[in-house]
Design a protein around this ligand. Structure first.
Ligand code: SF4
Length: 424
């Protein structure tokens, strides 16, 4: 039995996988950003059986299994269905684009646990046929604050918990030209239904069906139509924000979160299976996904130390100072027909140069000008063309090039010996 595969542009799903240079990409969307460790282990095995053993962590806090064929797609669907991870239709999965804080419900510093809001939002999105017309990239960011806020995550609709005397208030925002435009606040109990009404209004008023293109006059009308409280519409950044994302993040005197960074968001099935086995051996039952390509687990302080040591042995990043966490590199040669450049191999060489030179900025390596790995600016951008890279400083792939880099060059330290050290 084979599945008929609908080829559809750039946003893969499970029901609607995306063809790539190494086969079909099948996206797995966990509910509420959480997966049981037992499910993680089964998905790792499935990636080996039904794909080419390569798994991506995406910037929407999902997993992608790569190298699936039309013959192995159906058994992969069956496995996903048994884990409760397969939607009934491509339309349903496409609109389930909801990101919550990776420590939601675990972090005592958060203002609102957004998981119930996410669960209600999923149900409402599924039951409202009209919303199935939302574009596949239409996304919701549900930020309850705390140590790992979702600051900077692009989303059509943002719900951000407000600080202040009135607990349980949530600011409702949409994409603005520079930053979010806040429409007002609502009670957390009403946040999911408000989001759905807002999504319907965006469909009605935006020519592209994206909130960024809602005409200015429509924004005010939409805010008024939603009946939001306009008295305090500025969502303040979380004061509890952690200085670190990888390694041990203390939650209470006795409990920690452990952040495990995955270089370039790519992990092989063997490593993922070993990680799942290691977590199970430490009685960790659940893993959380994040939009910055790190996995999170909760553990006691002693266990957390052991997890960090074990994860480092698996090649995961447990220290934010590791340059690998400041590099975005697309999948490159072998995975994508648009380039012959081994972007991630080059990235590892350049990571050593970043460490040697003390460069603490960001690096983006793109096999071509499509810029799949990163849309934001970076301190250094390499844009592949032919057998080399155009060099851009403090910009994006679209910015003006200031030179070329030959990837066979062995002395690359000069690329990072600039005065700009700040993160973009
Ligand atoms: S940026 Fe270009 S080379 Fe890299 S994955 Fe995307 S299309 Fe392929």
């Amino acid at each position: 039995m084979t599945a008929s595969v609908e080829i559809k542009g750039w946003c893969p799903g499970a029901r609607r996988p995306m063809p790539s240079g190494d086969g079909l990409i099948v996206r797995v969307r966990p509910h509420g950003g959480a997966l049981l460790v037992s499910a993680l282990r089964e998905l790792a095995e499935a990636a080996r059986h039904y794909g080419n053993g390569q798994i991506d962590l995406t910037r929407r806090a999902n997993l992608q299994i790569r190298g699936v064929s039309s013959e192995t797609l159906v058994p992969l669907w069956e496995l996903m269905a048994s884990l409760g991870l397969l939607d009934d239709s491509a339309e349903l999965e496409a609109i389930r684009n909801i990101v919550v804080n990776p420590l939601a419900g675990l972090d005592p510093a958060e203002w609102v646990d957004m998981r119930p809001v996410a669960a209600e939002l999923e149900t409402l999105l599924a039951s409202d046929q009209a919303l199935h017309a939302l574009p596949p990239k239409f996304g919701f960011a549900l930020d309850g604050g705390g140590r790992l806020p979702l600051t900077g995550l692009a989303a059509d609709i943002r719900l951000v918990a407000c600080s202040g005397p009135e607990a349980g208030r949530v600011a409702v925002g949409i994409v603005g030209s520079v930053e979010s435009v806040w429409l007002g606040t609502t009670a957390d109990a009403d946040a999911a239904s408000t989001s759905v009404r807002l999504a319907r209004l965006v469909l009605q008023h935006s020519p592209t069906r994206r909130s960024a293109d809602l005409p200015p006059h429509a924004r005010a009308a939409v805010g008024a139509e939603l009946g939001l409280d306009l008295s305090n519409v500025i969502a303040t950044p979380s004061a509890a924000k952690s200085q670190r994302r990888c390694g041990i993040i203390a939650l209470t005197d006795q409990t920690c979160a452990v952040g495990l960074g995955v270089p370039f968001g790519r992990i092989d099935s063997g490593t993922l299976a070993r990680l799942a086995a290691m977590l199970a051996a430490h009685d960790v039952a659940e893993v959380r996904l994040s939009p910055w390509r790190a996995l999170y687990v909760a553990a006691g302080a002693v266990t957390a130390e052991q997890l960090v040591a074990d994860a480092a042995r698996l090649g995961l990043v447990v220290d934010d100072a590791d340059p690998l966490m400041r590099i975005d590199a697309c999948s490159g040669a072998g995975c994508c027909p648009s380039t012959g450049l081994a972007t991630r191999q080059h990235a590892r060489v350049l990571a050593d140069a970043m460490a040697r030179t003390g460069f603490n900025g960001t690096l983006h390596i793109s096999g071509c000008a499509k810029s799949c790995a990163r849309s934001a600016a970076a301190n250094v951008v390499l844009v592949g063309e032919g057998e080399g890279y155009h060099i851009v400083r403090n910009g994006t792939v679209k910015s003006e090039s200031c030179g070329m880099l030959d990837p066979t060059e062995t002395d690359v330290d000069g690329l990072f010996e600039t005065k700009e050290k700040a993160h973009v």
